[in-house]
Write a protein that binds this ligand. Structure first.
Ligand code: CP3
Length: 346
């Protein structure tokens, strides 16, 4: 079975010959070729250059025989045309020039026509798809809560105090912010699908900071709207969050067709809890790739063993590849998953 089929078939619960594998942050600083390019260009410069973004997107698939590519970009990219001034600070993350904490600041955000304002993203997708010779490309966006956390805090946060303060004390401002973010995200994803993305992933990385009641009342309706808006395009819809085991059942009701699971959760238990309706993706601890290979291997095999014989399963890490990962560890992991993950009943 060509690599081109495995990922999409697994996402649709169809039998595959092997367990498919791709890795969050598979294009990034652990690769010597990426670090070299970064000597010459900024991260956003690469993301906004269709030629460079496509090149960086395709490289790990060629180097490691992964079963899917993910567009090289950042969750902050669609916020630029909405009027947000930000930078991606190295070793820190997104930093916003003027944090958004008032109704007036929310009202100043504009929903825009992605086909007009994001031609670079569309062209990067088209170029990557052309260079991938059939290996599927995953388009992505940040989910409204995770984007809001950067906009309201102005930078990465541990407590999300300002975000929760806004959500709890100014519900109508919060609602307006989530409304505009949902619409921007939906259009950004539709743009990528129309340009050739075969699946989409919504990153709600930091939503695990909320309890279930707040998640269901103040976040889930907006995520639902995004997935609903994508339904007619008939591409797999992946939804991922970190440290969100207490939200898994609620996230399963979002309209996603695949759930990304972090390493803190036990995949077979999640499958038992949710039933076979949703495909699962995950969940090797990214730190396991920093351990001696024997340890990495043992942990990866434990993940595979837990899902042996199950359709609707995609191997991934529980979060992104860490920058100090040795490329050879990634190469060995892909080989291991392809060689031992035979039991997806093909
Ligand atoms: O290979 C891929 O996964 C595709 C590219 C990708 C990037 N960011 C490139 C990037 C994707 C899917 C993202 C999503 C993203 N960005 C998320 C959701 C996923 C997650 O990690 O939870 C979040 C929260 C962001 C915000 C962001 N951008 C952070 C926290 C950072 C890291 C800051 C740092 O220096 O440690 C970034 C920068 C960023 N985005 C890098 C890359 C490869 C590091 C780039 C560099 O400096 O060259």
């Amino acid at each position: 079975m060509p690599a081109s089929d495995r990922f999409l078939r697994a996402a649709r619960h169809e039998p595959t010959d092997r367990v498919p594998i791709w890795l969050m942050r598979q294009a990034g600083r652990y690769q010597p070729s990426y670090r070299e390019l970064r000597q010459r260009y900024g991260m956003l410069e690469i993301a906004l250059s269709p030629q460079l973004a496509a090149e960086v997107t395709v490289r790990p698939v060629h180097d490691y025989e992964l079963d899917a590519a993910i567009l090289f970009s950042d969750i902050m990219v669609p916020l630029g045309p909405a009027g947000v001034r930000y930078e991606i600070r190295e070793g820190v993350g997104p930093v916003v020039e003027a944090p958004i904490r008032t109704g007036a600041a929310v009202a100043a955000l504009s929903v825009y026509d992605a086909t007009v304002r994001e031609p670079e993203t569309a062209e990067a997708v088209e170029r990557a798809v052309a260079a991938l010779s059939g290996v599927p490309l995953i388009g992505f966006a940040g989910a409204p809560f995770t984007l809001a956390s950067y906009l309201v805090e102005g930078r990465p946060s541990r407590t999300y105090s300002e975000t929760k303060r806004l959500m709890w004390s100014r519900p109508s401002t919060w609602g307006a912010l989530m409304d505009v973010l949902s619409e921007i995200v939906l259009r950004h994803l539709v743009l990528q699908v129309k340009a050739g993305a075969a699946a989409v992933q919504l990153f709600d990385s930091w939503v695990g900071a909320l309890d279930r009641a707040d998640y269901e009342a103040s976040v889930l309706p907006y995520v639902r709207r995004i997935f609903q808006g994508l339904e007619s395009y008939e591409v797999p819809r992946i939804y991922f969050a970190v440290g969100s085991g207490h939200l898994t059942a609620a996230m399963a009701a979002s309209g996603a067709t695949v759930l990304g699971i972090d390493w803190r959760q036990d995949l077979p238990s999640v499958r038992r809890e949710l039933g076979p309706g949703l495909a699962l993706q995950g969940n090797l601890d990214p730190v396991a790739l920093l351990a001696p290979w024997a340890v990495t291997q043992e942990q990866a095999q434990a993940v595979l063993q837990g899902m042996a014989g199950e359709a609707g399963y995609i191997f991934n890490l529980g979060h992104g590849v860490l920058p100090d990962t040795q490329p050879d560890q990634v190469r060995r992991l892909v080989r291991l998953v392809h060689e031992t993950g035979l039991a997806a009943n093909g």
